[in-house]
Design a protein around this ligand. Structure first.
Ligand SMILES: N[C@@H](CCC(=O)N[C@@H](CS)C(=O)NCC(=O)O)C(=O)O
Length: 213
């Protein structure tokens, strides 16, 4: 257990949920200070002193401040999950690490555009072309995951690891959307395994109404 871990960020924020999911997996005592969205506070000087980018999540662990959700995942993994959720061998670690970058640069931009366009943006303000593009890309990314997961139960191999968190965290929202979904049985099976995890239930499967930001 660590003393003095603080997470800044509203619980409804996708990027905050990834961090809280890992904090729960690691069993770390922590305090959450909800900022951003309806809570505001991201432009306050004391918050900007923590994260000059003015976004959540941010963590402080003892004297160490980290922002950017995937940097936080890597930090917490290296600090508290080495050998379990975050391998110490560089080659082994890279098998999971690549999925963090892939989720951040490929899956998330398409998926978040789709989710926000369908669920957050009022219907009369939707950009239908952007939505169609985002749906097509999201389908391609999930199809890739489905093919990868044909040969193993988790993204980095036989065991759940940090690699599963960013891409896996999108699926609760994805399955909640009212849209045509291709049948991707390996993806569904993976989601089923992730959804059995207590920390996923606590931090990712939040009431849908909360996610309107
Ligand atoms: N690349 C950053 C993105 C951070 C980000 O944009 N966070 C959103 C929440 S998911 C935010 O701070 N939005 C403003 C708000 O919540 O008011 C990360 O992964 O941490």
């Amino acid at each position: 257990m660590t003393q003095g871990l603080t997470v800044w960020g509203r619980r409804s924020a996708f990027n905050v949920q990834k961090v809280l999911w890992l904090v729960g997996e690691l069993g770390l005592e922590h305090e959450v200070i909800e900022v951003g969205g309806p809570f505001g506070g991201l432009d306050r000087p004391d918050f900007l002193a923590l994260n000059p980018h003015g976004r959540v999540p941010v963590i402080r662990d003892g004297g160490t401040v980290v922002w950017e959700s995937h940097s936080v995942l890597r930090y917490l993994g290296a600090r508290y999950g080495e050998g379990t959720l975050w391998p110490s061998d560089p080659a082994e670690r890279s098998l999971g690490d690549r999925w963090l970058d892939w989720a951040q640069t490929a899956l998330q931009p398409a998926f978040i555009t789709l989710f926000r366009g369908l669920y957050v943006t009022p219907e009369d303000q939707r950009d239908e072309k952007a939505l169609r593009d985002a749906k097509e890309k999201t389908d391609q990314h999930y199809a890739l995951l489905d093919r990868e997961l044909a040969g193993r139960p988790y993204l980095a191999g036989d065991r759940f690891s940090i690699a599963d968190i960013p891409a896996g965290a999108t699926l609760y929202r994805y399955y909640a959307l009212d849209l045509d979904r291709p049948a991707l049985l390996n993806l569904e099976g993976w989601y089923g395994r992730l959804a059995e995890r207590a920390s996923h239930g606590l931090h990712v499967r939040r009431p849908l109404e909360e996610l309107k930001f």
